[in-house]
Design a protein around this ligand. Structure first.
Ligand code: AGP
Length: 607
């Protein structure tokens, strides 16, 4: 996902724009650029690759302007080259964009029919031409932008600058996030509060359809209908310090290590350990009256939803429908008015999950959002926020957000079961006390780091790696495979262990690593049988189990990773640690870009 920034400052902005872009690097990108208004003329510096390349180009320029815009580009239309990098110019207009304009080909054809020749392959340049064309018809910058937005289909967040206007920036959003930062005689625009953190903690989040006109000392906001409106001024916690790697080599390593603390912090918001009770925020409905729950999310968050299905169905005895949001948003699921849906999202900006939320609301459902960013669009559009307290997650591969999502979902499942009377107070006490052990158990699991690093090096050269799990540990197999493939680029697939015989076992050949996630629970023996089936065909078994499982079946494996004994209820949270570390160390060993893997974005705000 792209990152956009704008500064209306009182001192030179070039390096401040780069500083803001550096805080957006976690979103993933493959080119970057800035533009300034220097002596009334638009000037820009752009470069493919990372910000280091842009800095090298900037070192050769003396840009003193106090107004500018900047962009980190995750290519959607057009390969990552300097020419396709933002900011894009057209006549008097400079623009940066996050999103996709779906009808840009039609708009491009209309411009070409008028003899306008775009210079790039991007949808963004087309928007600049459309605005510039209206300026040429005598419209004001505000009117030119408003009229142009009416022509666009698709998602966007724009920051726009105009030649000859050195005290004006215009921002607009539809489907992609955009925030205004309030300074002292300065104003800022950014994709999120983290980008603005170096300048201010006073932030106004735009709503979908909003357009904002900024001068250094004023903010004028228009809603989707073009009416002047106001949005609340908020104080954000996304301080500049929070996005520092500390003494870790990668953000991902730091965030894996933070899990005992942030899981504990999240638990403290939902579990009262004095009375061993779950305490959820006020919900807009009576949980006892529900007869079904819908859960939808993407990627790792979806796997958290799959775990929640096991917890809720086993504890609260209510059916749960879980689906990836990109499918759910289009399959017209028949949902009951007054029903309940849970959406799960770390960023709170994932386009598919947002669309799924809107579908649920259109069907009259009450929607709760398990999110890590309380000011995010998904948070703002849900009826209830079930917040995770993971802190900013910078590494593209989700780790601490996942275990915090599971923590919230486990608490929700217990509360659901109590509301429906399917568990009594003693069982609630037992489950809450079980969860209370998590921070200590997570610390113990993290202590296996150096052993897991050795295992990772042994499997890092594999072409294919399978992950197997049963029951509530099946989603962990899927998550482990996703972690590995998205940061090490090794092909990895997660399977339900019992499913192997129905085809995937054909993939097993001499030396194929198979990671088996198997705590010593009620399904352990069946999973061991599956493990022996693949070992008999030459697979290299990496068994992830507890001390008892390692004692009984850890001898005849390629490698065994033992995590502390735990109640099966919390296994999905505990076993996330070894699969995260396995992926991390394989990626480090292979030398990939662990925090910003190729082709990936931290939050996918486009379809
Ligand atoms: C997880 O490691 C991936 N980066 C990705 O699957 C992610 O979980 C997914 O895009 C959902 O993001 P969200 O939680 O911000 O909605």
């Amino acid at each position: 996902m792209c990152g956009i920034v704008g500064i209306l400052g009182r001192e030179p902005v070039a390096m401040r724009l780069v500083e803001a872009l550096r805080r957006l690097e976690y979103r993933g990108y493959d080119s970057a650029g800035i533009a300034v208004l220097e002596d009334g003329t638009l000037k820009r510096v752009r470069a493919p690759g990372k910000l280091g390349q842009l800095m090298a180009c900037l070192a050769e320029r003396e840009l003193k302007s106090t107004i500018g815009i900047g962009h980190t580009r995750w290519a959607t239309h057009g390969v990552p080259t300097e020419n396709n990098a933002h900011p894009h110019f057209a006549g008097r207009v400079a623009i940066v964009h996050n999103g996709i304009i779906e009808n840009f080909k039609t708009l491009r054809a209309s411009l070409e029919a008028e003899g306008i020749r775009p210079e790039t392959d991007t949808d963004t340049e087309i928007v600049a031409h459309l605005i510039n064309r209206r300026l040429g018809q005598g419209l004001s910058p505000l009117d030119a932008v408003q009229k142009t937005l009416e022509e666009l289909e698709g998602a966007f967040a724009f920051v726009i600058m105009f030649e000859g206007e050195d005290d004006l920036l215009i921002g607009a959003r539809r489907g992609s996030p955009l925030a205004v930062g309030h300074g002292e005689g300065e104003m800022y625009l950014g994709s999120d509060a983290i980008a603005l953190a170096p300048f201010t903690s006073r932030v106004t989040y735009l709503e979908d359809g909003d357009l904002v006109v900024l001068t250094r000392n004023s903010l004028t906001l228009y809603d989707e209908q073009g009416r002047q409106t106001v949005r609340p001024l908020q104080f954000t916690q996304a301080s500049a310090l929070l996005v520092d790697k500390g003494n870790y080599r990668h953000f991902m390593a730091k965030e894996i290590a933070e899990q005992p603390a942030v899981v504990g912090h999240t638990m403290a918001e939902y579990l009262d350990f004095n009375v061993n009770r779950v305490t959820l925020p006020e919900l807009p409905l009576d949980l006892a009256g529900l007869d079904r729950i819908t859960i939808t999310a993407c990627g790792t968050a979806y796997y958290a939803g799959m775990v929640a299905k096991y917890w809720i169905e086993q504890l609260a005895r209510i059916p749960v429908d879980v689906d990836v949001a990109s499918e759910f948003r289009y399959r017209e699921a028949p949902l009951k008015k007054g029903g309940f849906a849970l959406v799960i999202s770390q960023s709170g900006e994932t386009a598919d999950t947002l669309a799924a939320l809107r579908y649920c609301k259109s069907m009259g459902q009450h929607v709760a959002a398990v999110v890590n960013v309380p000011e995010s669009t998904i948070a703002r559009e849900s009826d209830v926020i079930l917040r995770t307290y993971a802190g900013p997650e910078i590494g593209v591969a989700s780790t601490k957000a996942f275990t915090c999502q599971l923590t919230v979902l486990a608490a929700f499942a217990i509360a659901m079961a109590r509301a429906r009377g399917t568990i009594d107070g003693d069982e609630e006490t037992r489950l809450v006390q079980t969860m209370n052990r998590l921070p200590r158990l997570l610390v113990q699991a993290l202590s296996q780091d150096s052993h897991i690093e050795e295992v990772a090096k042994k499997i890092a050269h594999a072409r294919d790696i399978l992950y197997l799990g049963r029951g509530i540990n099946y989603p962990t197999a899927l998550e482990g495979a996703l972690k590995l493939k998205e940061i090490s680029y090794i092909h990895a697939e997660g399977y339900a262990a019992g499913e192997l015989k129905h085809g995937p076992i054909a993939l097993i050949d001499e030396g194929v690593p198979v990671v088996v996630i198997a705590p010593r629970d009620g399904l352990f023996d069946k999973t061991v049988s599956n493990m022996e089936e693949v070992a008999a065909r030459g697979a290299h078994i990496v068994l992830i189990t507890d001390e008892e499982g390692a004692r009984d079946h850890g001898q005849n494996t390629f490698e065994t990773i033992a995590v502390p004994m735990s109640d099966p209820f919390i296994a999905p949270i505990l076993y996330a640690i070894p699969v995260q570390l396995l992926a991390y160390h394989a990626a480090v060993f292979l030398g990939t870009d662990v925090d910003q893997p190729r082709n990936l974005a931290k939050s996918v705000t486009v379809e």
